[in-house]
Design a protein around this ligand. Structure first.
Ligand code: ATP
Ligand code: MG
Length: 139
């Protein structure tokens, strides 16, 4: 039913549970899986060499977020793609979903945010409110 699934991961337990489910869904539906990690924009005013260093740190941290997610996802025979993007997660996820023409977005209900009482994190709330495809939020 779904052929082009997008998964957002941020290193949280919720996102890892979403990753497990997204991997299973992709395999059972012979779908492509796009895994997205977003990192905070590097402020221009930093200047060199701090700009390069800050960028390198963010890219390394993003790879560290990706790795356990990819381990949990496992093989996706139809195709497993990764996208590491700068900027606000919800906007980036919505932009990728449009560009890649994803037909399902999978995310955690919550992420690494500190407000444990919230039912939904701000990024999952924004994606649910604005996505044009179905969104599956994993607790
Ligand atoms: P908040 O960020 O509003 O303080 P939170 O961190 O608990 O709250 P969200 O950020 O909305 O909640 O996280 C919900 C889900 O969104 C995560 O489980 C993950 O799937 C996705 N997500 C969050 N941040 C990112 C990110 N930087 N890159 C990719 N996906 C993300
Ligand atoms: Mg968050």
């Amino acid at each position: 039913m779904f052929k082009r699934i997008l998964l957002g991961v941020d290193g949280s337990e919720h996102a890892l549970r979403a990753a497990k489910l997204a991997g299973e869904l992709a395999r059972s539906m012979s779908a492509d899986l796009y895994v997205v990690v977003c990192y905070d924009a590097v402020p221009d005013y930093l200047g060199e060499p701090y700009l390069q260093r800050a960028m390198a740190e963010r890219l390394l941290a993003s790879q560290e977020v990706l790795k356990p997610a990819l381990d949990i996802i496992g093989d996706v025979p139809s195709g497993l793609h990764t996208e590491v993007l700068e900027g606000a997660p919800a906007e980036a996820i919505l932009a990728v979903a449009e560009t890649r023409q994803n037909d399902l977005i999978v995310m955690g209900t919550r992420g690494r945010g500190k407000l444990a009482g919230l039912l939904l994190g701000s990024q999952s709330q924004k994606v649910v409110s604005n996505a044009i495809c179905p969104v599956l939020l994993v607790r």
